[in-house]
Ligand binder design. Structure first.
Ligand SMILES: [Zn+2]
Length: 198
């Protein structure tokens, strides 16, 4: 139970309160304990150092980490004290992120097959030198992929519903599928709020 709570996510803000990362609760608590970060109360934006935070006992209904003598509340958001790391701007190209970008939808026929039977199609086939990247890979249902086979779009007579490109969502959110409702206050990202905080 304790280790499960310690693996939960904490949103990490830089000094300008821009989200830069998501850490585990364990890591976040160590950062607060060492003075590298302070906890942000997402309700009133008050900042807590370790002494204040560990002294405030968890209330009923709040997640906590039990220590020998007290229950320490799980920090949902922390802010870094010392340096102003900037958010990274590139979303890693991965199978999981591609499924998110294309919203589980075949980019040729627009279907969302039940059971998620989707494949990754290289728009310019690999055999023709097409690369594995955001601009050349799309989700395709099995029939569309089989129909297109090893042909270019022109040869196959197919059109893409969207121009494939690198998604512009904050890369932090590509790594995590769960978060807290409270994070939405610190994140101006339509994708995140719409898809992940349901
Ligand atoms: Zn299709």
């Amino acid at each position: 139970m304790v280790s499960e709570v310690l693996q939960r996510p904490t949103l990490v803000l830089n000094r300008s309160w821009q989200p830069v990362n998501v850490a585990t609760v364990a890591r976040a608590l160590v950062m607060v304990w060492s003075g590298a970060a302070r906890v942000v109360d997402p309700v009133d934006y008050q900042l807590y150092d370790w002494e204040d935070w560990s002294r405030a006992d968890a209330e009923d209904g709040q997640e906590f980490v039990r220590t020998v003598s007290r229950r320490i509340r799980v920090p949902e958001v922390i802010t870094l004290a010392d340096f102003n790391r900037l958010p990274s701007t590139t979303v890693a190209f991965s199978r999981r992120n591609l499924f998110k970008r294309d919203r589980m939808t075949c980019q040729y026929c627009g279907r969302r097959p039940k059971g998620g039977e989707l494949t990754i199609d290289h728009v310019i086939p690999r055999s023709h030198g097409g690369g594995s990247n955001w601009e050349n890979c799309v989700l395709a249902c099995v029939p569309c992929n089989q129909n297109k086979a090893d042909r270019s779009l022109e040869k196959a007579g197919l059109k893409l519903l969207n121009t494939p490109k690198q998604p512009n969502w904050n890369p932090i959110y590509s790594q995590h599928t769960t978060g807290y409702q409270s994070w939405a206050k610190f994140i101006s990202d339509a994708y995140w709020s719409a898809e992940l905080l349901e």
